[in-house]
Design a protein around this ligand. Structure first.
Ligand code: DMJ
Length: 588
């Protein structure tokens, strides 16, 4: 035993040496195999990226086991739970523990499953899962997509340096602003990072969600805004990455929003405190906005499907049912406000496609698509509204005959509009006739913004000259000339390109991205809203980067520049109003 290893080796017979060498080689091969397997698992996070479904499947077997365990847990609870007290605390702790155990046990997103596996995602209803999609492989973007990735990384660098974990970046003062204090930009941007293939950034953000994001705090949130950005963002991150941490967070957050629905009319209050469970309307009114209470359904329905807890879906769909039966509509068009006590529309006679009503129409169609095109009532309400839009809200300018959307006020049409290009798209197409609406409205946008020096859409359109044609010859009011880095125009261009294949929409989007880079990019990091889209020398930066710039604008630009309709296919995914893709339950 006092012999050294070389001495021992010399004492062995030739046969013994061969056996030892053979065993060593076998051991090395085993080691190498395990290494490749582990590496695959992370590379696999983007199996869709590789565009090899068979490769995805292999990893999916490994990656979705834990999420599956999560989905079926007992019969649905049909009661809306009390906002505060033991049960909620317990649920939160349980959800947190699950996140710790399941989500944090591994620092790697269990990805590949993700996109690959929204098809594999467990369900409580036995319906078909969406098919895998194939985002571009990192480093294999085309030139325009690469420019989007660069823009995203620049925006992210600013957020990371100056606003990490806070709601919004203030790029000029290199600081941040809070709205809910919940890392809004970070959550809104999660799925964009995934889609763009930014794994390192995604992982870092995921760690923040795991370690820092806590909803047990005394803060008022807006039901609609937090649903579409936080709940939608978390659900989408879950679907893409397969990481159950996001689902647990979504469930915790969804539970904390539920007190908003405890109103006399079942029409939710617009504000809820996620720590205390106190919900209320804004101080000056008992009204909620119609678009807000009717644009939370995609998210609540999906949360129910994933968790098996029907409470979310039932509360949200009750709102849809009540709004469907209300008096005060005009050919399917809805007013902008609804009283949370009586459940009736208020401010009758005012109709717009802008804020206040816009996403009501959007979610009728999108819920119908989400549910596998079975809920006829949703489609019928949508189609009736499209006819109402045609009849009451569309007009043509003079002399160029550009189609534009206006507003109707007690029978009087005016060329006003907020978020004008956000005409609801028909996604994968309800009826061919609906498709004509979007391109027409967009020709108007193009005509208008074509004259604007910056080629960036202004926030509002209220033309200053009375009786004059609402064309660029008629300058917009000064207060309307801002641009908040909003997504509506590029979102519509994305749908138009998917529907028509016409590359001119990509070219328009490219001009918009170049304008963002020229006029809103802040050298030290981030992009800023501006106050004047008309003056290229003084765009007047406002020192704010909204979360939707990362959550929506850059995502839609990236998708617009892709020629691959299977990249988040519209047959598989439906985008919520904050651009977070959710799976279609029974894809066509
Ligand atoms: C986003 O939060 C959503 O797109 C919402 O539907 C409307 N407002 C902003 C973008 O402008």
């Amino acid at each position: 035993w006092s012999l050294s290893v070389p001495q021992k080796w010399k004492q062995l017979s030739r046969l013994q040496r061969m056996v030892v060498l053979f065993l060593l080689v076998v051991l090395m091969l085993f080691g190498l195999r395990s290494y490749v397997h582990v590496a695959d698992e992370w590379a696999g996070t983007s199996c869709m990226i590789l565009g090899r479904p068979e490769g995805c499947l292999r990893v999916t077997l490994v990656s979705v086991q834990k999420p599956q365990r999560h989905f079926r847990r007992g019969p649905p609870n049909l009661q809306i739970r009390a906002p505060e007290g033991d049960s909620q605390e317990r649920r939160q702790d349980q959800a947190q523990k699950r996140a710790e155990v399941v989500g944090e046990a591994s620092d790697q997103p269990r990805g590949v499953s993700s996109v690959c596996s929204s098809s594999e995602a467990p369900s409580t209803d036995g319906r078909r899962r969406p098919q895998p999609t194939r985002p571009s492989r990192q480093g294999h973007h085309n030139a325009r997509q690469k420019a989007v990735v660069d823009a995203f990384l620049h925006a992210w660098a600013g957020y990371r340096k100056f606003a990490w974990g806070h709601d919004e970046l203030k790029p000029l003062t290199r600081s941040f602003s809070e709205w809910f204090g919940l890392g809004l930009t970070l959550i809104d941007a999660l799925d964009t990072m995934w889609i763009l293939g930014l794994k390192k950034e995604f992982q870092e953000a995921r760690n923040w969600v795991s370690k820092k994001l806590r909803f047990r705090k005394d803060v008022d949130v807006n039901l609609f805004e937090s649903t579409i950005r936080i709940l939608g963002g978390l659900l989408s991150a879950f679907h893409l990455s397969g990481d159950v941490l996001f689902l647990n967070k979504a469930e915790d957050f969804g539970n904390r929003l539920m007190p908003a629905f405890r109103t006399p009319s079942k029409i939710p209050y617009s504000i809820v405190n996620i720590g205390t469970g106190a919900a209320h309307p804004p101080q000056w009114t008992s009204d909620s906005t119609v678009s807000e209470v009717t644009s939370i359904q995609l998210e609540f329905r999906e949360l129910s499907r994933l968790t098996g807890d029907k409470t979310f879906q039932e509360a949200a769909e009750e709102v849809t049912r009540r709004v469907h039966g209300l008096h005060g509509k005009l050919d399917g068009l809805v007013p902008m406000f609804i009283d949370t006590n009586s459940g009736s529309f208020t401010q009758l006679g005012e109709f717009t496609l802008g804020a206040g009503a816009d996403s009501y129409y959007e979610y009728l169609l999108k819920q119908w698509i989400q549910g596998g095109k079975k809920e006829r009532q949703l489609l019928e309400d949508y189609l009736e509204a499209v006819d109402g839009i045609r009849k009451h809200l569309l007009a043509r300018s003079e002399p160029r005959k550009l189609t534009f959307v206006g507003e109707l006020n007690h029978g009087r049409f005016s060329a006003h509009g907020h978020l004008l290009p956000d005409v609801p798209s028909d996604g994968d197409g309800a009826e061919p006739r609906d498709r004509t609406l979007q391109p027409a409205a967009h020709e108007g946008c193009e005509g208008r913004s074509g004259q604007g020096e910056l080629r960036l859409a202004q926030g509002w359109a209220r033309w200053a000259c009375r009786g004059a044609p609402p064309e660029p010859t008629c300058p917009p009011q000064a207060a309307d000339r801002h641009n908040l880095l909003r997504p509506e125009t590029v979102e519509s261009l994305f749908y138009l390109h998917r529907l028509t294949g016409d590359r001119k929409y990509q070219d328009w989007g490219w001009e918009i991205l170049r304008s963002f880079n020229t006029y809103t990019r802040v050298p030290s990091g981030g992009y800023s809203s501006i106050s004047n889209v008309q003056d290229p020398h003084h765009p007047q930066p406002r020192d704010k980067m909204e979360s939707f710039f990362l959550g929506e604008t850059l995502k839609y630009l990236y998708l617009l520049f892709s020629d691959d309709p299977d990249l988040l296919s519209l047959d598989t995914y439906v985008f919520n109003t904050e651009a977070h893709p959710l799976p279609i339950w029974a894809p066509s």
